[in-house]
Write a protein that binds this ligand. Structure first.
Ligand code: PGA
Length: 249
């Protein structure tokens, strides 16, 4: 049985005081649902503090990206080693906003994912099509190619240490959600694609849905057989909404 994962992607939100306030609200709320693994991914500047606040709690910490380089003259980059000292367990990779605004490619995502797994952290590898690609009937091809390239060279063991997030770009921050059926269809094809490498690893692979997940649509998405959780943007910034999503299943 795959355990559900609800991960909050705070994006570029969360000053130090805001981080403190939101995490305390989350810890106080009735969000201790044992069927669900809860992850929050605040900005880099909040990770150290967040780790202190979340010590011995049910909430794990994630980062929103990592450098593909180990060390050196890469201004503004944050290395894996730095992340390891902040207590993160998860690293989001290849989010569509990184792909769109920072020209991240599947190849770069692949390099980072291998680095993250070697560092014993868990990558949350994001894939998803644009509205135009969906309308042109290219969803299957686009998502399969992203999976193939982002997981290139992955052994079964690597797949077992990964999480995938399907995030249709047209649903991110737009209030438009894929219907549970649309999302399920893509999740199933992602699992089938990964099964070409290893059936058992694919069966155990958590595949999260992301794109305008809210308290009112979370349950219907999360009961789909191949939807193993959610990557939540906007609604993860409000403790009440995030807790409601955690408790939606
Ligand atoms: P959203 O963002 O929930 O605000 O649509 C999801 C994401 O980008 O991970």
């Amino acid at each position: 049985m795959r355990k559900k994962i609800i991960a909050g992607n705070w994006k570029m939100n969360g000053t130090i005081p805001e981080t403190k306030a939101l995490l305390h609200e989350l810890l106080e709320g009735p969000s201790d649902n044992e069927n669900v693994k809860v992850v929050v991914c605040p900005p880099y500047t909040s990770l150290y503090l967040a780790n202190k606040i979340l010590q011995n709690s049910h909430i794990s910490l994630g980062a929103q990206d990592v450098s593909a380089h180990l060390k050196g003259a890469y201004t503004a980059e944050v290395s894996l080693e730095m992340l390891l000292t902040t207590g993160v367990r998860y690293v989001i990779l290849g989010h569509s906003e990184r792909r769109q605004y920072h020209a991240e490619t599947d190849q770069l995502v692949n390099t980072k994912a291998k680095l993250v797994i070697d560092g014993e952290l868990i990558p949350i590898i994001c894939v998803g099509e644009t509205l135009k690609q969906r309308e042109d009937g290219q969803t299957k091809q686009i998502v399969e190619t992203q999976i193939e390239n982002s997981l290139s060279g992955f052994s079964a063991d690597f797949i077992k240490k990964s999480v995938i997030a399907y995030e249709p770009i047209w649903a991110i921050g737009t209030g438009k959600t894929a219907t549970p059926q649309m999302a399920q269809e893509v999740h199933k094809l992602i699992r089938e694609k990964v099964a070409e490498t290893d059936k058992e690893a694919a069966e155990n692979l958590p595949i999260l849905y992301g794109g305008s997940v809210k308290p009112n649509n979370a349950h219907d998405l999360l009961i789909q057989p191949d939807i193993d959780g959610a990557l939540v943007g906007g609604a993860s910034l409000m403790a009440g909404d995030f807790i409601a999503i955690i408790n939606a299943i």
